[in-house]
Write a protein that binds this ligand. Structure first.
Ligand SMILES: Nc1nc2c(ncn2[C@@H]2O[C@H](COP(=O)(O)OP(=O)(O)OP(=O)(O)O)[C@@H](O)[C@H]2O)c(=O)[nH]1
Ligand SMILES: [Zn+2]
Ligand SMILES: [Zn+2]
Ligand SMILES: [Zn+2]
Ligand SMILES: [Zn+2]
Length: 251
């Protein structure tokens, strides 16, 4: 259960037993239930989000005043966020100053990996929390103090749910999905994909070994976010990664 955002509280959640039959057919048989098929929704305390949005707006102004481009990178645990950032910093860090805010419940492991690339980094540990919020971002910005005209990556806590709901004041949202996670993720976690500006399909080197369907995935993702851009790449082999760098340079 999430202690920070209230997403574990039972407000707005429903338990639904799926039908045994598909709904392609006309229903000629009698039903003693209605045919509303509620989707599970997350209802957050409006006050929590309103307060967060206010702080996020201040963060955005602060970033704009320094002309810092901040990209919020979100994914499930292990999709390859840190690996992608390590490679990105190594490849383009010479052209443009880069710094990183790392979010994890515990440990400095990711911050140490980023630090090893020579990049400025701060780690935010959220303890019981499952996402970064705008106050954490504000504190991280104060500690990191990114230089003007630089690029700032925020690696959010590995979670496809709550990070989607908390504006940090970033300029862009990048969702990373790896090909081992399954084609259906946009349908199961629509909020995350609806909130994204770009989806990176990572671990493309593993495509020959898994049943991930890139085209179907794109179709699902665009069903919740029609204008969504998508780049398929491998953070370890580097295949397809140039398009990611081009995307950053157009922001
Ligand atoms: N084959 C393959 N493995 C990858 C790729 N990118 C990352 N990995 C591996 O996936 C594992 C997780 O990568 P991380 O970069 O730590 O993932 P993360 O999203 O930062 O994980 P959390 O911070 O824990 O949420 C590691 O073993 C990586 O080596 C890729 O493109 N191809
Ligand atoms: Zn949560
Ligand atoms: Zn029915
Ligand atoms: Zn990581
Ligand atoms: Zn949360």
């Amino acid at each position: 259960m999430c202690a920070t955002c209230g997403c574990g509280e039972d407000t707005g959640t429903r338990v639904t037993v799926p039908h045994e039959h598909e709904h392609e057919h006309e229903h000629e048989h009698e039903h003693d239930h209605t045919h509303e098929h509620p989707h599970e929704t997350i209802t957050l305390e409006q006050k929590v989000l309103a307060k967060n949005d206010l702080t996020a707006e201040r963060n955005r102004e602060w970033l704009a005043s320094r002309e810092v481009l901040a990209l919020n990178v979100m994914s499930s645990p292990g999709s390859g966020k840190t690996t992608l950032l390590e490679r990105t910093i190594t490849d383009i860090g010479g052209e443009r100053r880069v710094s990183v805010v790392e979010g994890d419940q515990e440990t400095l492991l990711d911050a140490n990996r980023i630090k090893a690339t020579g990049c400025a980094v701060v780690q935010v540990n959220t303890g019981a929390g499952c996402h970064l919020d705008a106050e954490m971002m504000r504190d991280a910005l104060a500690a990191l103090d990114p230089v003007p005209n630089s690029l700032l990556f925020i690696e959010n806590v590995g979670n496809l749910v709550c990070p989607a709901l908390f504006d940090l004041g970033e300029n862009g949202r990048v969702v990373v999905i790896s090909v081992t996670e399954g084609t259906d993720k946009p349908l199961k976690y629509p909020h995350m994909f609806a909130a994204a500006n770009l989806v990176i399909v990572n671990k493309a080197d593993l495509l020959p070994y898994v049943d991930f369907d890139v085209d179907l995935f794109a179709k699902y993702a665009r069903s919740v976010n029609p204008g969504l851009e998508m780049i398929t790449l491998s953070a370890t082999t580097g295949q397809g990664i140039q398009r990611w760098y081009e995307w950053i340079s157009t922001r």
